[in-house]
Design a protein around this ligand. Sequence first.
Ligand SMILES: *Cc1c(COP(=O)(O)O)cnc(C)c1O
Length: 482
Amino acid sequence: METKKDFHMSPEDFRRYGHELVDWIADYQGRVENLPVLSQAQPGQILSALPKQAPEQGEDFSAMLKDVEQIILPGITHWQSPNFFAFFPANVSGPGILGELLSAGLGVQGMLWVTSPACTELETRVLDWVVDLLDLPARFASTAAGGGVIQDSASSASLCALLAARERASAYRCKDQGCDGKQTIYVSTQTHSSLDKAAMIAGMGKDQVRKIAVDKNHAMQARELARQIEADRAAGFTPCFVCATVGTTSSNAMDPLCAIGEICRQQNLWLHVDAAMSGSAAVCPEFRHIHDGLELADSYCFNPHKWLFVNFDCDCFFVADRAALTRALSIMPEYLKNQPSESGQIFDYRDWQIPLGRRFRALKLWFVLRHYGKRGLRFHVRRHVDLAQQFKSWVEAHDQFELAAPAPLNLVCFRHLDSDARNQYIMDRLNQSGQLYLSHTRLDDKLTLRMSIGQTHTEQRHVERAWQLIQAAAQGYLEKKA
Ligand SMILES: *Cc1c(COP(=O)(O)O)cnc(C)c1O
């Protein structure tokens, strides 16, 4: 093979292999349905198939594509399979993938407005579109005192919200002098673990996270929240932050935003609302009630990378008072100083997040919103909720299965009435078969199966087949015992 003088991939090769790779992805989408959903790889299998060192002599791109097929693909759990019902969806789409590709092609590092004005201003515009799309409170728009920013994940959004809350509560002293160790934060026993992690990272400590009890539907008890805040104040703590969830990870429980919001108002606490998966439902007017009370929140986030056809990573994070966020996170070394930043006429999104650097993520969200339009997004979200509601009705009608929680949207928590062992058997057998992928949780101290519906190409026939397979596996348990 002739070695190229400068080692680069030539523009002609880039074009050729680029087309080949796009073809490969399009073919993958066509065959993913027939691949085992949960990777059947053993620990270390992929590792041992890979050379221990990078090659001395550069290789041809076709060699890499071959290894993708032979080594990587067997180690993929197919999140894009229509038979993927585990955890939560991470649905991607043609326009989302192309937006990701364009972002890579432009190779922009958008830390400051000046390092690519379009990277900042497209993001501002698209996040204002999202305020309209979900009918979020007007105060979250950049045209008011708030604004939205794309974070990598809901975990980062929660951490930023917590940092802003802590600064506001300490009159912006924590960032200079450190915390006094007295600030407390409030979540429910069902809140995502990223809030514990945020308290760890912020140096507040997990012990300062108060876990409020939930009601029979696994939603935070507002009265318990009020009681705990009073008790902490009496004990000399400084309550500063509450996280309420719209659609908990475990069971899709909806915390009562109105009641929690009123308490936060009265007590002057920052209210963050985490709607990572379920927020997408608000594209449909009939589901917007999940956000009742959101006008009382200081910040809000949801993940288009879960249930809105945008590739990971894309979390939309909104604040009602952007100055509170940037005051907590802004820092200006000499080498970043520039005239537009000093003019105060622009946003520098580095001041709205933890890292300095940032990718041009708005492109993929923009492409998806323009490709589907509001109508297309509503169509698919509605379709997924319909499928989940059908599945729920089959569970309810069956004499050996029960619902384990209300299923307001696209997640159905259910179980066989017999025993944990039988539910475990159903899940393990189906997941090992590669025919579908389900995950579990524990509710009311019982093993509970979760049917999460929201993959791009999941149709009625996939959900019907899943229900058939679940019933057959439940039957199989008896045969195995006999
Ligand atoms: C998925 C999920 C998270 C975590 O999301 P990341 O974006 O991966 O950090 C947090 N909260 C809720 C309610 C979720 O559903």
